[in-house]
Design a protein around this ligand. Structure first.
Ligand SMILES: [Zn+2]
Ligand SMILES: [Zn+2]
Length: 68
């Protein structure tokens, strides 16, 4: 349940990420395939995703969700 104002939800805590709101994206290309789109509400949720992914060069970028 994302609600009418949510663009996506955080892949870790499932908190909704609103249109136009800042979010965190993993910088590793395998986390950004179209079929496997990971978004995080904060760098701490991105941190929580790292141990399971075995990233050799972990990193993230701060993005802004599209506006409707
Ligand atoms: Zn989160
Ligand atoms: Zn990742």
């Amino acid at each position: 349940m994302t609600g009418p104002n949510a663009w996506q939800q955080c892949s870790i805590c499932k908190k909704p990420i609103a249109y136009g709101a800042p979010y965190v994206k993993c910088a590793v290309s395998s986390c950004n395939k179209k079929s496997f789109h990971l978004v995080f509400c904060s760098s701490s949720c991105w941190d929580a995703h790292n141990p399971g992914q075995n990233h050799r060069n972990p990193g993230y970028t701060e993005e802004v969700a599209p506006r409707r």
